[in-house]
Design a protein around this ligand. Structure first.
Ligand SMILES: Cc1cc2nc3c(=O)[nH]c(=O)nc-3n(C[C@H](O)[C@H](O)[C@H](O)COP(=O)(O)OP(=O)(O)OC[C@H]3O[C@@H](n4cnc5c(N)ncnc54)[C@H](O)[C@@H]3O)c2cc1C
Length: 463
């Protein structure tokens, strides 16, 4: 294959892929990051998914290095509140982020690290030679070109490189629904919190009610109001038992994560199929936002001030790799000798009917994700990071979140760097070399590396 040669090519510039590219470039690899859209950040920037949850297990921070640096830079920009206690009590912390700030920061970080960026560029082909990805075909503005790669990270969110390379993948029949997120401004958080304190049975709440008084909004409930509205036919389109919304650092704005759509057959926003689902989402948003203003405490002076530009598609194709992480691994808090990242979010399944299913992590409240979840033995220089890695449907419902996706990206960036230097999966000494580079970057992949840090001081001082 001809074309420009890179040590590492990362396909997909979501949170997993961007962190993978930053990692490989920081380690010194000539790195290309290829992204289909005009922006980095994926679901976290274009579908407005926030808060990021969770950087912590009950025993401390389980994600470090570049993901933590991204949080610190967002805090400096005033676009993130840092790690705060979760008022819903679902996980030990959540990290509220202004999604509009994510893409510009990632481009700045890519420039600082020397990552070569190819935006508005789609992967269209993969060439495998002698058990290695030798090159990729990319399309930009109707023109195709080839690049050669020492190692490749598949961070497409749908294991697309793996599929094109002929590796086994799966698409669960029980795929979680998609959602179209939107922004409400002019929200009176004080009124909402007062209502929650008076009607705690209407919400899922952290047993430590002091967290509510910290003033950060994370709301899962208004159960009776939603039920009555559905009975009266005011919410005809919405198949939910609650509203779910989260405060933004600006103070009087929230992102509403409540709509539910059948997952579209494609994740490509330019496809006409995709557009039909997006339009359906817009109808749900129109109905729901109007109802919230009319009926929900705290929303009387609020208005809907924006729609995410892309649908939030929770679940797509995943690699069936050398190891398939199971729900049992997650629920028992299992750790592996070759873990490359840690997860800590409970299993959280948005069902196609109105409900949510969730299960806490056992053991110490965190689990390891082994190397085998990122690769398949037949293609030595390809690693899959983020939501396309090798998880069962139920394990995915924990490992899918943004902090874990970034941590997996960091692990894949280290592994791809090593593969480009001749140390692919299966090479003797890979574990030691991975561990050494991980330590240098502050990457956390073993329980003894968990950082016992404090949640954001401002929030704790309200005690
Ligand atoms: C509705 C919804 C709510 C969620 N809620 C939360 C939450 O509250 N907290 C939390 O932490 N997590 C949440 N998640 C999960 C989390 O947001 C995602 O799982 C995570 O962001 C996945 O990151 P990723 O980088 O693996 O994938 P993505 O963000 O999907 O990135 C994949 C990237 O690959 C690009 N790409 C795809 N195909 C190609 C191609 N052919 N060529 C080039 N580029 C390509 C895409 O454009 C995209 O930018 C939610 C997800 C959804 C959808």
């Amino acid at each position: 294959m001809t074309g420009e040669r890179y040590q590492v090519v990362v396909v997909g510039g979501g949170m997993a892929g961007t962190v993978a590219a930053l990692t490989a470039a920081r380690l010194g690899a000539r790195t290309l990051l290829v992204e289909r859209s005009a922006e980095l950040g994926g679901v976290a920037s274009r579908a407005w998914v926030t808060p990021w949850q969770s950087f912590h297990s009950p025993r401390g921070r389980v994600v470090g290095g570049i993901p933590q640096l991204i949080v610190e830079r967002l805090v400096e920009m005033g676009a993130c509140l840092g790690h705060v206690p979760d008022p819903i009590g679902f996980a030990p912390s959540l990290t509220p982020v202004e999604p509009r700030a994510v893409a510009p920061l990632l481009v700045e970080l890519a420039r600082e690290a020397g990552v070569e960026l190819s935006l508005e560029t789609s992967l269209t082909g993969v060439e495998v030679e002698e058990g290695r990805v030798a090159g990729l075909t990319l399309a930009r503005g109707g023109e195709e070109s080839q690049v050669r790669a020492g190692a490749v990270v598949d961070a497409t969110g749908s294991a697309l490189v793996a599929r094109m390379a002929g590796l086994p993948t799966e698409l669960s029949e029980e795929r979680q629904p998609a959602s179209l997120l939107f922004r409400m401004s002019g929200v009176d958080g004080g009124e909402i919190i007062a209502y929650m304190e008076e009607n705690p049975e209407e919400f899922v709440l952290n047993p430590d009610r002091r967290v509510l008084r910290l003033g950060y909004l994370a709301v899962s409930g208004f159960f009776s109001l939603v039920r009555e509205a559905r009975e009266r036919g005011e919410l005809r389109l919405l198949n939910r038992d609650r509203v779910l919304f989260f405060g933004l650092p600006s103070g009087d704005e929230v992102i509403v994560n409540t709509t539910r759509l059948e997952p579209p057959p494609t994740d490509d926003p330019s496809s006409p199929h995709y557009q039909r689902y997006y339009r359906e989402g817009v109808e749900q948003v129109r109905e729901l936002a109007g109802w919230m203003v009319r009926r929900l405490p705290g929303f009387a002076r609020a208005e809907m001030t924006g729609l995410a530009q892309e649908l939030g598609i929770r679940e797509s194709f995943r690699l069936v790799g050398a190891y398939l992480l199971s729900a049992e691994d997650v629920l028992s808090g299992r750790h592996f000798a070759d873990s490359v990242a840690l997860g800590s979010f409970p299993i959280d399944i948005h069902r196609q009917d109105a409900g949510l299913e969730s299960y806490p992590i056992g053991g110490e409240g965190d689990y390891g994700i082994p190397l085998g979840c990122l690769h398949h033995p037949t293609v030595a220089n390809l690693y899959v990071a983020g939501k396309g890695a090798s998880f069962s449907h139920r394990a995915f419902a924990s490992a899918r979140t943004i902090p874990t996706a970034m941590s997996l990206g960091q692990a894949a960036g280290i592994l791809a760097f090593l593969a480009s230097e001749g140390m692919a999966a299966g090479s003797p000494g890979l574990g030691e070399s991975f561990g050494e580079l991980a330590r240098g970057l502050g990457h956390i992949h073993r329980p003894e590396q968990i950082v016992r840090d404090q949640l954001t001081r401002n929030f704790l001082s309200a005690d």
